[in-house]
Design a protein. Structure first.
Length: 182
């Protein structure tokens, strides 16, 4: 049960943005800009970064919903998401993606530890300034989202199947404000 009165039965951040649509619209616009708008990183890669950071933060709602979106966007390579969560260094992703995930991990733990060496390694593997920027901003933003969802104890489904519809919605519609409950 959430710490505040939010629309009943609406999981995660959706109930929180329905409670405060004036702030929620900006959070959704930020998620849309980061995860769906034009970027050199694919939508699946950006969802993978969001999933990875949410998993490191033990935010089960965000990790579950964004993992479902990444799986939806990856299509036949769905198992890649679980491989990255389990051990991104041995997962079958590019060296560029491993370097970016390392940067994301440092942002999640202590952003001040993102070093010139980490950035140089990412660049050596083909990362652009935009890739590095977007990775840091996605990681930082998801730390905020994760703390928002968990700090207010929003509803977190326990059934993994509940996340499939969320993933498909995010993968097709992107990040649009939910309709108010009447």
């Amino acid at each position: 049960m959430a710490h505040i009165q939010v629309p009943e039965g609406i999981p995660g951040i959706r109930s929180l943005v329905m409670y405060r649509p004036d702030t929620g619209q900006h959070l959704y616009a930020l998620a849309q800009a980061l995860l769906r708008n034009e970027s050199p990183l694919s939508e699946a890669e950006r969802e993978l970064i969001a999933t990875f950071v949410s998993s490191l933060n033990d935010c089960h709602f965000c990790a579950g919903s964004h993992a479902a979106a990444a799986r939806f966007l990856l299509g036949k390579d769905k198992e890649l998401v679980d491989q990255v969560i389990a051990d991104y260094q041995t997962a079958p992703v590019s060296d560029k993606m491993k370097a970016l995930l390392t940067i994301a991990k440092h942002v999640q733990q202590d952003a001040r530890t993102v070093s010139e060496e980490l950035v140089a390694d990412a660049r050596q593997h083909g990362a652009t300034d935009r890739d590095i920027h977007d990775t840091v901003l996605i990681a930082a933003t998801f730390c905020l989202f994760n703390r928002y969802v968990d700090g207010l104890a929003s509803l977190t489904p326990t059934d993994p199947a509940a996340y499939e519809a969320m993933g498909e919605r995010m993968g097709t519609l992107g990040y649009v404000m939910p309709k108010p409950v009447v």
